[in-house]
Design a protein around this ligand. Structure first.
Ligand SMILES: *[C@@H]1O[C@H](CO)[C@@H](O)[C@H](O)[C@H]1NC(C)=O
Ligand SMILES: *[C@@H]1O[C@H](CO)[C@@H](O)[C@H](O)[C@H]1NC(C)=O
Ligand SMILES: *[C@@H]1O[C@H](CO)[C@@H](O)[C@H](O)[C@H]1NC(C)=O
Length: 562
């Protein structure tokens, strides 16, 4: 009997193995097929649905205080600073209406006009003077607007010289706006004024920011053995609905939550990913305020000439202080650094010899990593088996002792799958850096915060600033470069989640937050506004090259001629 059975043992073993392989393969296929409920065993053993199976309807809430105030109570000084920062980016609100303003009474770029005002010497301008254009907004019926709050941007440019500079827009809060430009080069220059959003559209964006921080949501996969579940995550989830997993960072107190999986413990979180975008955020009436070609990024025409001729400098000195301007396609910073151009990869290698460059943040600084990695052949990317576009990434030139690293910032981050262990807050990473004269830190953190109340961004930057203060204190030679937000292409959908208006607000906070600290700014905001290429979330190589030139000019300043 025993002998008989033992004869068949290999066959039984084979059968058992193939069954197991079949089961495993099915589990695997299902995981790939469907990211909601994942494991077959889980499906068989329980009919309980995870929170994520109600996809598209994660809970809503309309409570600003809850999300903005989540986490630690700010100290009195922090609360005071927050008040100051919020005041510094205050945006005029349209007068209260009982009903939503009908489209015909909202700002219409086609009916609006601007005029170049005469200068001190009439219609004669010199380099060093300041140019003013007066803008008057009208509604779709051609009636003048009587209140401010429109989001306008201005640019002065000369395509024939590859020249451009961002203008400064002042809101007179009565339907009139001034655009001010420094005159920085000789020759013909053209004024360009663009309505990004009407004031009425800005009100809608503002309301979404305060009331719908859930409009981008996130998810995490939990797994242990054969069990796996996916649930919805966010910075703020209403606590009353279902049990939560609390992933609040113990070091910074930065809050993060997921709904607790039904079967698994909170310790089994495997990854983090973008969940999706909530739809139906605005009414049909409000949607009329966000029409491409009608009232999103539409130019305003001049009532007379839109060009002036700029003569060589006489004596004037403009009070305006843009951070730079383009000339012959190259960015020329004003004040501070002397711009060097790094056209040859050997010049970059020479500059970065012996340095460790740490880049942290969103995809707009990952572009810097990608640019250097692609442009400098000596830099070899080390394969960390990281997911594409997510990282972390590392490139090494062992001959010149150069190490280049990129890591994304902590949640909220709308990347495709980031493993939980790679989710790090920038401030914690900075605390782990020894720093020193051979260390460069480059940061960019803004694009993933536009769906949250500004308080969330203020808190995040405050943690980063504290870590930078500690870093610069223990290692004074460390070079810290911060890249600001940039303009991007907008349509209705993008506007509701990522409008330039949100970026503009965050950018205001960023500049104020790091003012007075020994850190250097790459002004992506002005660099994308002043350039002739269309706005894009990821600026084109021509602009990235200029940003890298600034970065490297900071790292390797031009030797002073003695
Ligand atoms: C918003 O949330 C806070 C904190 O949970 C709570 O104290 C407050 O009553 C809520 N407000 C509204 C209008 O629900
Ligand atoms: C989450 O954990 C943090 C830190 O332990 C704590 O301060 C916070 O109150 C917790 N949140 C909730 C909703 O329990
Ligand atoms: C770099 O290239 C630009 C554009 O081709 C050129 O104008 C500039 O003179 C070059 N600079 C150096 C230092 O080679």
């Amino acid at each position: 009997m025993c002998r008989n059975l033992s004869k068949y043992a290999p066959i039984f073993l084979l059968l058992a193995l193939s069954g197991l392989i079949f089961l495993l393969r099915n589990i695997h296929t299902l995981e790939n097929l469907n990211c909601h409920t994942v494991s077959t065993l889980y499906n068989l053993q329980s009919r309980i649905n995870s929170a994520f199976t109600q996809e598209g309807t994660p809970p809503l809430y309309h409570n600003h205080t809850f999300c903005g105030r989540l986490g630690q109570e700010p100290s009195p000084e922090d609360a005071l600073e927050e008040r100051y920062l919020l005041d510094s980016i205050a945006w005029p609100e349209p007068p209260p209406h009982s009903a939503p303003t009908p489209l015909r009474q909202t700002s219409d770029p086609v009916h609006s006009l601007f005029a170049i005002l005469p200068g001190k010497e009439g219609r004669e301008w010199h380099v060093g003077d300041q140019l003013e254009a007066l803008i008057q907004m009208h509604d779709f019926q051609g009636r003048p607007k009587r209140y401010g709050g429109d989001f306008l941007v201005a640019r002065l440019h000369s395509p024939e010289f590859g020249a451009g500079v961002a203008g400064q827009v002042l809101d007179h809060r009565n339907g009139f706006y001034s655009a001010l430009f420094p005159l920085l080069w000789v020759g013909s220059a053209r004024v360009e004024i663009t309505l990004v959003h009407s004031s009425e559209a800005v009100s809608v964006l503002r309301r979404l920011r305060e009331e719908r921080p859930d409009r981008v949501f996130f998810k995490s996969l939990f797994r242990s053995g054969f069990l796996s579940e996916t649930t919805v995550c966010n910075m703020c989830l209403p606590p009353s609905q279902q049990p939560l997993c609390n992933y609040t960072d113990l070091h910074t107190g930065e809050p993060w939550y997921c709904y607790k999986p039904k079967m698994l413990s909170c310790d089994t979180r495997i990854n983090h990913a973008k969940g999706g975008y909530q739809k139906h955020l605005i009414t049909n009436k409000e949607a009329l305020l966000f029409q491409s070609g009608v009232n999103i990024k539409v130019p305003i025409h001049a009532s007379g000439p839109d060009r002036i001729n700029v003569l060589p400098r006489k004596k004037g000195k403009s009070q305006l202080t843009p951070s730079g301007y383009y000339y012959e396609g190259s960015w020329r910073p004003l004040g501070g650094v002397i711009m060097r151009q790094f056209n040859e990869s050997s010049a970059i290698t020479q500059c970065l010899r012996g340095k460790v460059i740490n880049m942290y943040g969103d995809s707009t600084i990952r572009q810097w990593f990608e640019y250097l990695n692609a442009f400098v052949p000596e830099l070899k990317e080390f394969n960390l088996h990281s997911p594409k576009n997510v990282g972390p990434f590392m490139a090494v030139d062992s001959v010149h002792n150069i190490l280049l690293k990129y890591r994304c910032h902590g949640p909220p981050i709308r990347f495709s799958t980031v493993t939980s262990n790679e989710l790090r807050y920038i401030s914690n990473e900075l605390d782990g850096l020894p720093g020193g004269p051979d260390t460069v830190v480059a940061l960019s953190i803004w694009a993933h915060f536009s769906t949250f109340p500004v308080e969330v961004y203020i808190r995040r930057l405050r943690h980063i600033r504290r870590a930078l203060v500690r870093l610069l204190d223990r290692a004074p030679g460390t070079l810290v470069v911060i890249r600001s937000a940039n303009f991007q292409a907008l349509d209705q959908e993008v506007s509701l989640y990522n409008s330039d208006w949100y970026s503009q607000q965050l950018d205001g906070v960023l500049r104020a937050m790091f003012k007075g600290l020994d850190v250097l700014l790459v002004d992506a905001w002005e660099m994308t506004l002043a350039h002739h290429l269309p706005h894009a979330l990821h600026p084109p190589p021509a602009i990235v090259k200029n940003m890298i030139d600034i970065l490297l000019s900071y790292v390797c300043p031009e030797k002073k001629k003695s």
